[in-house]
Design a protein around this ligand. Sequence first.
Ligand SMILES: O=C(CO)[C@H](O)[C@H](O)COP(=O)(O)O
Length: 221
Amino acid sequence: MSTQDNAKRLAAEAAIAYVKPGTIVGVGTGSTVNYFIDALAALKQDIEGAVSSSEASTARLKSHGIPVYDLNGAGDIDVYVDGADEINRHLQMIKGGGGALTREKIVAAVAKTFVCIADTSKEVDMLGTFPLPVEVIPMARSYVAREIVKLGGDPVYREGVTTDNGNIILDVYNLHIDEPIALEGKLNQITGVVTNGLFAARGADVALLSDGQQVITRTRD
Ligand SMILES: O=C(CO)[C@H](O)[C@H](O)COP(=O)(O)O
């Protein structure tokens, strides 16, 4: 296993400590979360089940025999565990590299506590080196792209990708994200945008970051 994969695994396994017995766990998407799902399998008798942020995570949860519930019937979610493409010291993130940003944002909104799991390469001083994913209704693609250019970004259509919600993704390069909450709101105001991958208004509550040797716990400033 590479050092980065080992770091992802260590961060993911540390998140198990945040899972309370008898609860429905919110589960994100991505390679780091896959390690979390695998670790969660050992606890499957102790939890009620999971709500999932993607078809991929649902399939992995079910392959371990973990019951997956519809969010609408699940009630309160105590903890949501998910990865990030970038995370800053305020625990604001860019997410959506795997295209699951909208369902991730919905489950994160419901959850009482958001635990971000990542290897330390995801830590940044300023968000925006990783291109910001924006999920868009297909017929609005060109309009939304033009509006994003007005905000100073360079949108690139993610060819061949359809989200779990039937939409497309624009990856936006060269944004200057010095005010993440403001930009998150502005992007969401563009008609045709479903959501964007800035998790700033609702960031993480805890970050578990690993370099492959140890796990550092960060809470919001
Ligand atoms: O937002 C996500 C998927 O939409 C992921 O959390 C993000 O892309 C990080 O993925 P990985 O754990 O594979 O590095």
